[in-house]
Design a protein around this ligand. Structure first.
Ligand code: ADP
Ligand code: MG
Length: 195
């Protein structure tokens, strides 16, 4: 379940993980993209932190909304609008519930719609979908997070920049799936997801 406190905590942890792994995320984006995913996400999460600090949102919905707006306006890469749309859809869903599952499902649907994508195409959805499935079945743990990212190695990309290298993307982890792992880890550590 989301609360104002655990959502704020989650976003703070997410920012810390992105900062810590910025170089690694950009390295993952080098063979199959343009090497900027770590920088994109770090710039985005800096803007999120600044916005939350200056505006002091008091509801889950407002926190998600400000997060979405900061990501959409500050990240040039594909990941900004995609994460931003996820957060905007989570804001909308949180008007009627604070349960994590329906809120995260709304986020997933937002990414699919904005990205015109589905799981199985070597994108962040290949982390989001199995994680949400595991939450549904009460089976989420660290292994779920890691094996989903690892499994993106076997997929030939058909969406985003990585689709330009197609079959040659096989053997490489998708950077957006990796940053999404940090997002879900943050939710777990902040106590949003009981696992
Ligand atoms: P860009 O590709 O514009 O350089 P980033 O490097 O920040 O943007 O983000 C790349 C990540 O975005 C990919 O690793 C992938 O997970 C995700 N992505 C790209 N296109 C899509 C899409 N259509 N649907 C879902 N995720 C996508
Ligand atoms: Mg990139």
């Amino acid at each position: 379940m989301f609360t104002v406190d655990n959502l704020k905590k989650s976003l703070q942890l997410f920012k810390e993980k992105i900062d810590k792994n910025k170089e690694y995320l950009s390295e993952l984006d080098t063979p199959i993209g343009d090497g900027d995913h770590g920088n994109n996400m770090a710039r985005g999460m800096d803007a999120v932190t600044e916005s939350l600090q200056s505006k002091e949102p008091a509801t889950i919905q407002d926190i998600f909304k400000l997060t979405a707006m900061a990501l959409i306006s500050k990240v040039g890469g594909a990941s900004g609008p995609l994460y931003g749309t996820a957060m905007m859809e989570m804001a909308k869903a949180s008007a009627t519930t604070s349960d994590a599952l329906p809120i995260l499902e709304a986020g997933l649907a937002g990414i699919e719609k904005r990205g015109n994508s589905k799981p199985g195409e070597k994108t962040m959805l290949d982390e989001w979908a199995p994680v949400i499935e595991a939450i549904k079945n009460n089976k989420l743990n660290e292994t779920t997070l890691e094996s989903a990212v690892e499994a993106t190695k076997d997929i030939a990309a058909t969406k985003g920049r990585a689709s330009y290298v197609g079959e040659r993307s096989i053997g490489h982890i998708d950077p957006g799936a990796m940053s999404s792992l940090y997002f879900f880890q943050s939710l777990m550590e902040a106590g949003v997801l009981d696992a």
